[in-house]
Design a protein around this ligand. Structure first.
Ligand SMILES: [Zn+2]
Length: 135
């Protein structure tokens, strides 16, 4: 599919121009999944001028939640795997699997609320032309 020149704001979902969203692991993964499902629209994602403030607060919240959930996720894994290891002196497989599964789910659930970073944060120089995406 030809990449379209349509830019869509990730906050208001309107076809507007704005600051380009940075491609990261999550966005690339979602794009790959959508491509496989034939759902890819190949729109470029942006944050429009009017939504920058909302994006900024959402992004901050997301970064905080992500950090928290990673800490909680790792904490659960350490607790479920490490504690029996220390107490019983052996690794209990029946705790390792649900433990790491639970930790993974907590970290992955954050990705559902993914708020991508943008090329230029508000306050920095305003974007005049979008960068070309490396191939
Ligand atoms: Zn917008």
């Amino acid at each position: 599919m030809e990449p379209s020149n349509t830019t869509v704001c990730i906050i208001c979902r309107k076809e507007v121009s704005g600051t380009l969203v940075k491609d990261d692991v999550v966005i690339e993964t979602i794009r790959k999944i959508k491509k496989k499902l034939g759902m890819a629209k190949n729109n470029k994602l942006v944050v429009c001028q009017g939504c920058l403030e909302e994006w900024s607060s959402k992004r901050k919240k997301y970064e905080k939640t992500l950090t928290q959930n990673i800490v909680i996720g790792i904490g659960i894994v350490v607790l479920l795997i490490g504690l029996p290891l220390i107490l019983a002196g052996k690794l209990m497989l029946e705790q390792v699997i649900p433990g790491s599964g639970l930790g993974l789910i907590i970290i992955l659930s954050t990705v559902m609320w993914h708020v991508p970073d943008i090329e230029q944060r508000p306050g920095e120089k305003t974007v005049t032309k979008p960068k070309k995406i490396k191939t």
